[in-house]
Design a protein. Sequence first.
Length: 181
Amino acid sequence: MLIYQAGSLKLSQCMLSIGSFDGVHLGHQSVIRQMVERSRVEGIPSVVYTFDPPPRVYFKSAQQLTTIDEKAERIRRLGVDYLIVASFTTDYLNSSVMDFIHDIQRLNPFKVVVGSDFRFGKNRSGGLEDLRAHFPVHIVQSVCCKEGEIISSTRIRELLSKGDFLKAYTLLNGAKIEGHI
């Protein structure tokens, strides 16, 4: 897997998944696996576009579940061809919806694969309809654990705060939790 900074890679076509992917938990793995499988069927490279630090960590001082190196390794193990890392800084925060769209257009996505709650751009002003106006979009539904609850980074952080490290570890599918285990 090759790693690039946002805005530095140009492709003739790809299958693209975008998200924070903090923890690369079982739900994230589902999104990425579906994208990789589709890229193989289409014969085009698979690309994950992510952020460092994750937006919740930047805005809300949430616990970061995995370092960027651990995130990259977990994504690599899922068979991704390229990883793009956007540095989540004040400058990036001020990017408009169209700035983000233009960055993505450089990758020429055959399809963009995202979760149903995907937002982007300054003040999270962009959403699925903005993406659909420029790209074919596939929305992956949330993944639930065996108890029927949605697997999310927020839920994993809550489990960690309650000391339920085993459950958090299970939802991360064995990922090392930053500062734990």
